[in-house]
Design a protein around this ligand. Sequence first.
Ligand code: ZN
Length: 217
Amino acid sequence: MSEIVEPVSFPPDLETLIERKKADATFTHKDWSCDELEPLRSLVRRHYRRVQKGRCAYCRKDVSLTSALNCHVEHIAPKSKYPQFMFEPKNLCVVCADCNEIKREQEVANAEPDTLASRTGRISYPRSSNGFRIVQPHFDEYSKHILVYRGFFIDRTDKGNFTIGACKLNRRLREFGWDEKIVEDGELLEASQEFIEASDAIARLAALNRIRDACLS
Ligand SMILES: [Zn+2]
């Protein structure tokens, strides 16, 4: 089952506001943060925070349950590339501050990975998992694509691989290296090195099994 089973729906006053913004030729994706849209952003945040059970759609870590600072509204198909989907309920979810910052930096640098499988003539929003290169919480079950084990993110599918790369999910490992417990243990260290150097998902899973065995021994 997909992670999100209930897309947000907008009350009539916000639907009217959306239609007005869509009809405004001067409105761009950069205006998503404007004051007038604050009630809409707030509604979207509250809705997906609840439906996602307080977890980031990409890294699965906790988002803030009360503050907006660690619970950001995310456009799964980037709003800079696909402004036509800026208000599409199935294009929205919430993510943590770290995942949001990575996406924001990509947007500023105009280097956002294209999360849709096909861009040509895209007028209507994709209706199934096949339309996306990224693990899409409205269509995909996270654990079928990505295995999270002791803080490591391991791809099980091409989508998982794309998502880990696009959202830099193994950023903690890159930033801080392996935790001390692993470094102190020779077998764990060797298995961990094997994991880093693995060239494909099968090799990574084999290395992961070694890590798991070493942890249990
Ligand atoms: Zn996250």
